[in-house]
Structure formats: structure tokens, C-alpha cells
Ligand binder design. Structure first.
Ligand code: IMP
Length: 209
């Protein structure tokens, strides 16, 4: 089954291809010759996911620019919600340190705001918006965890070096140390992550059609 993943983020594309292989062929925006930045100007994660998926549906599927047999398209919007920061950065996760900031700057801002704060509880929330023949359906994945005091690991992307998922609180070395997403191999992160949870729900729905 072929499906378009509407994202400008190659890290997300890589993760979702790994999770959905081999049953699904996930096409990128480049594969359908969509070279534009996707709009994501909405006030919530849910609406941003809708906005991105609708953009591709309206401009490519509805205008019959898709020539091969592709079932539909979906988009992902994800936010890191930190309890002690009243849910921030949330929907602003991508541009928390400024409109054109790099992930490193976002991490520094979060670590600065979390300095001296005991409550480190946080969660990643991923919402996928799927559009098939104009009809939309959303799938959510949540992974709870803790914000670390400093960066750990080099795998993954975005906030991965400072987020330790709950699933790994008792780590594989038998110690008490928290393991960040960036210290996991890609398949280990995908197995438990917010995105993995949401994508598996989406896959189950597609297979039920
Ligand atoms: P968006 O969903 O593309 O708007 O991404 C929101 C922000 O969260 C960006 O800064 C991403 O780098 C970050 N982000 C999204 N997914 C993940 C993830 O799985 N791990 C770490 N950071 C992420």
C-alpha cells in the first residue's frame, strides 16, 4: 500500500519508514514533487497536523496531480509538554528559542528554564492526521518521561538528548540512570515512542479498510 507522508522533516520520514516497512511504501513530498514548506500556523498540535495534511490533499490529490495509485496522505505534528512549564514548549516546540532556531538552541532554552526544578515530568505528544478521499481521521501517541539535567546521547533528533522515556527508567545496565531517546538505537526508540504508538494505530486502521 502506498501512502504520502506530508513532512519537511527527514528525521520523521526515516522513523516512519522504518516503522511501516515492509507493509507500506511511504512516499515523501519530494516523491510527489511538492517542494513547498508546509504551513503550520495553528494554535494546537491537532490543528497543525490537519493543516499540513490538508495542504497536500488540496494541492496534490484534489487537483489530480497524483498519477500513481496512492491511498492518501498523512501529516505529523509533535510537541514536548513539560509539566513544570505549564505544558510548554508544546505546540511551539519547533520554534521555542525563536523562529529560525536550531534544535540545540531549543534544548538550551528548556534546560535553562528547568534549572533547579525538581519536577522533571514531561511527555511527547504526537498527532497524525490521515486524509483519504477528503475524509480525515486522527491518531495520537503519547510517551511520558522526564527531562534530564543535561544532554545524553547522539542518536535521534530534536529534543531526544534531554528526554528519558518512562519505559526505560530502570535501564538495561541494571542501574538507576535514566536513558534518553538519543541513547537508544532507532528501532528501540521506534518501539516505544509517541510516534511509534501513533503510527501503529494508523497502520492498524489502514489494514482494516
Ligand atoms: P514539528 O512536529 O515538526 O512541529 O516538531 C516539533 C518540534 O519537536 C521540533 O523541534 C522537532 O525537532 C521536535 N520533535 C518532534 N518529534 C520529536 C521526537 O520524536 N524526538 C525529539 N524531538 C522531536
Amino acid at each position: 500500500m502506498k501512502i504520502v507522508f506530508a513532512t519537511n522533516n527527514n528525521n520523521k520520514l526515516r522513523e516512519i519508514r522504518q516503522i511501516l516497512a515492509p507493509g507500506f511504501t511511504v512516499l515523501s513530498l519530494a516523491d510527489i514533487h511538492c517542494l513547498e514548506e508546509l504551513p503550520e500556523t495553528s494554535p494546537t498540535i491537532e490543528e497543525n497536523a490537519t493543516q499540513k495534511a490538508r495542504f497536500v490533499y488540496e494541492n496534490f490529490f484534489k487537483k489530480n496531480l497524483i498519477t500513481e495509485k496512492i491511498i492518501g496522505c498523512f501529516a505529523d505534528d509533535t510537541g514536548l509538554e513539560i509539566e513544570a512549564l505549564d505544558g510548554r514548549p508544546g505546540v511551539f516546540s519547533a520554534r521555542y528559542a525563536g523562529v529560525k532556531c536550531i534544535p540545540e538552541e531549543n534544548i538550551e532554552k528548556v534546560l535553562g528554564e528547568m534549572k533547579g526544578i525538581i519536577n522533571r515530568n514531561a511527555k511527547f505528544r504526537c498527532v497524525l492526521s490521515l486524509i483519504i478521499d477528503g475524509a480525515e481521521r486522527q491518531f495520537e501517541g503519547v510517551m511520558e518521561g522526564k527531562i534530564l539535567n543535561q544532554k545524553q546521547g547522539t542518536e535521534g533528533f530534536g529534543y531526544d538528548p534531554i528526554f528519558a522515556p518512562k519505559e526505560n527508567f530502570s535501564n538495561r545496565n541494571g542501574g538507576e540512570d535514566l536513558i534518553s531517546f538519543a541513547q537508544m538505537l532507532p528501532h528501540e526508540k521506534n518501539r516505544i515512542s509517541h510516534r511509534g504508538i501513533a503510527v501503529n494505530k494508523l497502520a492498524a486502521y489502514l489494514l482494516s479498510l
